[in-house]
Ligand binder design. Structure first.
Ligand code: ATP
Ligand code: MG
Length: 313
């Protein structure tokens, strides 16, 4: 549904987007992450045809953005960063206008779409206000409403939750989960918990290049240099410690409290070396019930920091 093929954009000789390759299939929700200046907005503008590529191609809905940008815009919703709005219009009029621009000519259908978008984006209180009088969060809601007004198959959202209060962040998250059932979504964000909550896949870019692409879980696993497992078994602690230390693959073992359980242990093993089954077998054999067992994982925050330390101004 969305494809970047060697996509490249330079500003003043410097590459902002540097040979990107990815393909997003129908129904996927992809979080697009990267530090400030990494090239997220530029990539989204290339994908939506608002900016021409210097090299490579952007293909959306099987159409080349360079040749079919009008059709792609009709079938794609785009929330730009710092979404420009007509300040003098009423909210409701600005939505009717967006619907018209998107080719919804039938007045009844337009009315229905405007109503839906108002409801979905929590704009009811603001419909009669002038756009220029809206708070930042409401401007963002209006931008979202405009992006979904024509019920597009593909949605490209540049920081959809920027400027929203925590309640609205939660609502937009629910909206994304709802849209997820029928749409393909690419969304950029700096809120990593949002990605873990809504996205099937994460693409992290740094200085215009992809540095990671996978499910949030797989990225945590890939970057882990060792496995850390917290275990507590019920039984004589000294014997348990001895037995655990003898398991093959255990590199390091230390007594600790695990999830409130005294006499627990921290076990380290080489990356990719999962001790859980061996511990389960041991527990069964020695009749030491497992009261806690937790594998430590890198958080998405840690993954992000590991991959994107160098920022670009
Ligand atoms: N119109 C432009 N003219 C010149 N340079 C630009 C232009 N647009 C973007 N850039 C540069 O391209 C690089 C990527 O910018 P971009 O806005 O795509 O980053 P971003 O990942 O969206 O960052 P942020 O998280 O701050 O929104 C930056 O170095 C930026 O200064
Ligand atoms: Mg940006």
């Amino acid at each position: 549904m969305i494809q970047a093929i060697d996509l490249t954009k330079r500003f003043g000789g410097k590459a902002a987007v540097d040979g990107l390759n990815f393909e997003i299939s129908k129904g996927q929700v992809v979080g697009f992450l990267g530090p400030n200046g990494a090239g997220k907005t530029t990539t989204m503008r290339l994908l939506t045809g608002y900016l021409p590529a210097d090299e490579g191609r952007a293909v959306v809905l099987d159409k080349d953005v360079a040749h079919d940008s009008m059709e792609i815009r009709r079938r794609t919703g785009y929330l730009p960063e710092n979404n420009p709005l007509y300040e003098d219009l009423d909210v409701v009029d600005s939505l009717h206008y967006s619907a018209l621009l998107r080719g919804i000519k039938n007045p009844e259908e337009r009315l229905r779409r405007v109503k839906d978008a108002v409801a979905i984006c929590g704009l009811k209180k603001a419909v009669d206000k002038k756009v220029g009088e809206l708070s930042k969060g409401y401007r963002q809601r209006l931008g979202l409403a405009q992006a979904i007004i024509h019920d597009p198959e593909v949605l490209i959202l540049d920081e959809p939750t920027s400027g929203l209060d925590p309640n609205q962040v939660q609502e937009v998250r629910a909206l994304i989960l709802d849209l997820k059932k029928e749409k393909t979504l690419l969304l950029s964000t700096h809120i990593l918990s949002e990605v873990a909550a809504t996205c099937d896949r994460v693409i992290i870019i740094n200085a215009g290049r992809i540095v990671a692409d996978g499910t949030p879980e797989s990225l945590s696993g890939d970057l882990q240099d060792k496995n850390r497992l917290h275990v507590a078994l019920k039984g004589p602690p000294a014997e348990i410690g001895m037995a655990l230390s003898r398991l093959s693959g255990v590199g390091n073992l230390r007594p600790e409290r695990v999830d409130g359980e005294e006499d627990g242990f921290l076990l380290e093993s080489a990356a990719g070396h999962d001790l859980r089954e061996k511990i389960f077998d041991l527990a069964v054999e020695r009749r030491w019930p497992i009261v806690a067992m937790r594998q430590e994982r890198l958080s998405l925050e840690e993954v992000f920091r590991k991959l994107t330390r160098e920022e670009k101004a």
